[in-house]
Design a protein around this ligand. Structure first.
Ligand code: ADP
Ligand code: 5GP
Length: 187
């Protein structure tokens, strides 16, 4: 049966990096492209990292009941998982992987139960998060502050996830997620 793998963490903890690594491992997994009303950053392309929508388009889709879940993750910035995206991937018999905020991750887990594995990526500390976000250099100082302000609150969700992976050393964390996900999709 096709499975769902959910990655959640505070911004900068390293979930996109770990998700990208898993997608390169030939595991028959596709990434669930979320919709967002934020602007593309860096090299991001519409339909690849996200479906980039205006806030008005996003609200229209909410009204049309097109989302499996959505959150206003930061003020005026919406993110959501489209039902059509998940249904399409599962219908292909492929596993699906999500990079979503903690509340969204727990909501997806609630909907799919045992068919889903929820993974929380824990950063070593908020200070390290700051360093990673500054080094990634994709967000303005103001955006970085709003992400850090939320980090501690998000870390309090960890116990509600099926597993917590500490992303201190990247190579170790990579090995751990590969083992966890391979075992889960083979069950
Ligand atoms: P998220 O998707 O959780 O916001 P990213 O995957 O974009 O986080 O990672 C944030 C930054 O930290 C990136 O520049 C990434 O290369 C770096 N990074 C990720 N994991 C580690 C790690 N274990 N050690 C050091 N830097 C890391
Ligand atoms: P970013 O702007 O760094 O790409 O993402 C910001 C936050 O929004 C991250 O925690 C990311 O996981 C989350 N996010 C991305 N897509 C979704 C989604 O579809 N639903 C929810 N609830 N959160 C999402």
């Amino acid at each position: 049966m096709a499975k769902l793998i959910i990655f959640s963490a505070p911004s900068g903890a390293g979930k996109s990096t770990l998700v990208r690594y898993l997608l390169s491992q030939g595991l028959r997994i596709q990434f669930s492209v979320s919709a967002t009303s934020r602007q593309p950053r860096g090299e991001e392309k519409d339909g690849v990292e996200y479906y980039f929508l205006t806030p008005e388009e996003f609200r229209k889709r909410i009204a049309n009941n097109e989302f499996l879940e959505y959150e206003e993750v930061y003020t005026n910035t919406y993110y959501g998982t489209l039902k059509s995206e998940v249904d399409r991937i599962l219908a292909e018999g492929t596993h699906v992987i999500f990079d979503v905020d903690c509340v969204g991750g727990l909501n997806i887990k609630k909907i799919y139960g045992e068919q889903a594995l929820s993974i929380f990526v824990m950063p070593p500390s908020v200070e390290v998060l700051r360093e990673r976000l500054e080094k990634r250099a994709t967000d303005t100082p103001q955006v970085i502050e709003s992400r850090l302000a939320k980090a501690e609150y998000e870390m309090s969700f960890a116990p509600q996830f099926d597993v917590t992976v500490f992303n201190d050393d990247y190579d170790r964390a990579k090995g751990e997620v590969l083992r966890l996900v391979s075992d889960f999709i083979q069950q």
